[in-house]
Ligand binder design. Structure first.
Ligand code: WT7
Length: 656
């Protein structure tokens, strides 16, 4: 368990009630809680009718007869892209800006709802012309440019399924995701801008498809970086050629509520990333509802900015589907926060008058380190609500965020959720909740959360336990692509009692309820690390390390890191006969880049220790807990269960 410690949070007594002004105009009202409590399913059915346009209305709410495989609003029909686009134009707000996009290099464009709708219609025709239709999978490997959003919506419009792969992932990671989903089309760009340079994407797609055995028959390439690309005739097509040649009109067809919308891969406790499957009607209902109420969205006046890349779930739910379903105006930014200068984000907030800002604790901590004078050099007075996501936010960072970015008045919503949950599950509702630093606080209306002990009974506050979701929810994952057994095993086996009809979703997080009754998240309890709000599996990185010919054995731990929450630290035993590296330093440098090219730069270990042995139990299990002590510079804990107790002594001595 990482960032938060139970002790410090038990004594958190700073409370921030909503101002009278904020409360008077807030979107969320207390009746949401009472309605949801009175009849949970009726509450969600009402939200589905309020936030979604149904081509064919549903009559069933939840079908849980095949639990834990859920169906929500199953006999209803909708088109997700129509909900995000056409209906706003038809409602007369076509002239409202949907997206203000700014590239890292200063390129900028604003698209109204009418323009975005027109672009998506053409793109849908172009993609359909490549043989893509309902149920087909399309991989999207893009920088954060409007075409990434357009591509996602165009695929959704056709009833096809997108699988967005974060542009920072390697060719190898892209290939495994393409193969697992059996994608027919890849949409990419020549390259994108990052830290003042163009990074290539098309070449990674070429490498991923190099041996010619993949299921991909076409590659659509957006021109963005202007870098040179190689071309495979008959397979590769420029996006602008295909889209310009396409017909402008496209009528959105209705698909059933459970039609798959996207697959998004995320790390689990075992080596292979899981393809998390989300479907249409329930997902859209919960992302739109939470986007509106958690962020207090007033679509006529607010400018929303979620800094996530579209390659992560946060980008799916709170850049693409939530904001666009709600007719919001938002900012989309391609680059990193520090390019070309460390005040870039604050400059953008000033320029676009951003009023709602949603980012990750790791970013906030890096701004804290740079000092308050940087944000104070810009006019941030448009900001009226701040959000946090991805990992526990430590109270110091929370207070700094409120004081320095939020002028001591903006409410902060600390939102807990996961790729699997699809939408926010635990968060304050601004205007209603009295806020407390470091706590996600309350399940959103209609969501039931419990904190259980290992034996499955509820723990008494303020004891810590494991977080479960005790009732199915509309935006829940519908499965792991191609692996129903893994879905049941991973999430539904620990606490469910199928013979009694009891199903509880195990999230993999530790949490406790404090003396005010607020939920405080304590970090992952499994072998999943959280590095800068991104999920990485220790085993996936270990597999990447042992795939290198000079490595005999490897163990990876997530070590507490002031900046990134956790950092990847690896312990590696080299093969006795390896001759590639002359020194431990050299080996460590080579292996760090090997991991980055195998998985992606986010997985590059902060440190690799070359060791002679790893601490193992008598049954051969690596004791990561002890390695974590070393990685975090603590005295080494209890070694009595080690097969050879001297191993830790040797590792410890060597590292001194
Ligand atoms: C894991 C999910 C969905 C957002 C992006 C990450 C951690 C997320 C919080 C929060 C404490 C948080 C959990 C969770 N997490 N938000 N507000 N407080 N922890 O999505 O990659 O699927 O990771 O991120 O450990 O299980 P993800």
């Amino acid at each position: 368990m990482s960032t938060n410690s139970i002790d410090s949070l038990l004594h958190e007594d700073r409370h921030f009630p909503p101002s009278a002004d904020f409360a008077a105009n807030s979107v969320a009202s207390a009746s949401l809680y009472t309605d949801a409590k009175a009849d949970r399913l009726a509450f969600w059915a009402d939200r589905a009718r309020e936030y979604v346009h149904w081509h064919k209305p549903f009559t069933e709410v939840l079908d849980w007869s095949n639990a834990p495989f859920a169906k929500w609003f199953a006999d209803g029909e909708l088109n997700v892209a129509y909900n995000c686009l056409d209906r706003h134009v038809e409602a007369g707000i076509g002239d409202r800006v949907a997206i203000h996009w700014e590239g890292e290099n200063g390129d900028a464009v604003s698209l109204t709802y009418a323009q975005l709708t027109a672009e998506v219609k053409r793109a849908a025709n172009a993609i359909a012309a490549l043989g893509i239709g309902k149920g087909d999978r399309v991989a999207i490997y893009m920088p954060v440019v409007p075409e990434a959003v357009i591509a996602m919506l165009a695929v959704a419009r056709l009833g096809a399924v997108h699988s967005v792969v974060f542009g920072g992932f390697s060719a190898e990671s892209l290939r495994s995701r393409i193969d697992d989903a059996e994608a027919k089309l890849v949409i990419t760009a020549d390259g994108g801008w990052r830290k003042g340079k163009v990074f290539p994407l098309k070449s990674a797609v070429d490498a991923a498809l190099a041996n010619g055995t993949s299921t991909v028959s076409s590659v659509l390439v957006v021109k963005r970086g202007g870098n040179d690309v190689e071309w495979v005739d008959g397979r590769d097509l420029w996006w602008h050629d295909a889209v310009e040649a396409a017909e402008p009109e496209h009528v959105a067809q209705a698909f059933e509520a459970e039609n798959p919308l996207f697959i998004l891969y995320t790390s689990g406790t075992t080596g292979k990333p899981k393809g998390i499957l989300h479907t249409s009607g329930g997902y859209l209902t919960q992302v739109a509802f939470t986007h509106k109420n958690v962020f207090d969205l007033h679509p006529e006046t607010d400018v929303f900015w979620c800094t996530a890349d579209v390659g992560w779930i946060t980008g799916h739910s709170y850049v693409v589907y939530g904001p666009l379903a709600n007719g919001a105006t938002q900012l989309l930014y391609e680059g990193t926060p520090d390019t070309p200068h460390p005040g870039r984000w604050w400059e953008l907030i000033e320029k676009y008058k951003v009023s709602i800002f949603y980012t990750a604790p790791t970013a906030i901590r890096s701004f804290m380190k740079l000092g308050r004078q940087i944000p104070q050099g810009f006019d941030l007075s448009s900001l009226r609500l701040l959000g946090s996501v991805g990992e526990p936010i430590n109270p110091e960072a929370w207070i700094w965020y409120r004081e320095v970015i939020g002028a001591n008045v903006a409410p902060i919503v600390d939102t807990w959720w996961q790729t699997e949950t699809g939408a926010i599950m635990i968060s304050a509702l601004p205007g209603l909740t009295t806020l407390k630093p470091g706590a996600a606080q309350t399940p959103i209306p209609g969501i039931r959360i419990d904190i259980l002990g290992e034996d499955g009974t509820r723990v008494d506050p303020p004891q810590g336990g494991l977080l479960v979701v005790s009732e199915p929810w509309p935006s829940m994952l519908r499965g792991i692509w191609g692996d129903p057994d893994r879905y049941v095993d991973t999430y539904w086996s620990k606490f469910s009692k199928p013979e009694e009809g009891v199903y509880k979703y195990f999230a993999g997080d530790g949490a406790h309820v404090d003396t005010d009754g607020d939920i405080v998240l304590l970090g992952r309890v499994d072998d999943v690390m959280n590095v800068s709000g991104h999920r990485l599996s220790t085993q996936e990185i270990e597999s990447a390390l042992v795939s290198h010919h000079m490595v005999a054995e490897a163990a990876v731990v997530g070590a507490a890191d002031e900046q990134t929450g956790q950092a990847v630290v690896a312990f590696v035993i080299l093969k006795a006969n390896q001759t590639d590296a002359q020194t431990a330093d050299e080996a460590s440098t080579m292996l760090r880049s090997h991991v980055a090219s195998a998985i992606g730069a986010i997985a590059r270990p902060r440190q690799i220790f070359i060791v002679a042995e790893l601490p193992k139990t008598r049954s051969g299990k690596i004791m990561r807990r002890l390695l974590q002590d070393v990685a975090e510079g603590r005295p080494i804990g209890d070694t009595t269960t080690l097969a050879d107790a001297s191993v830790m002594q040797i590792i410890g001595d060597k590292l001194k």
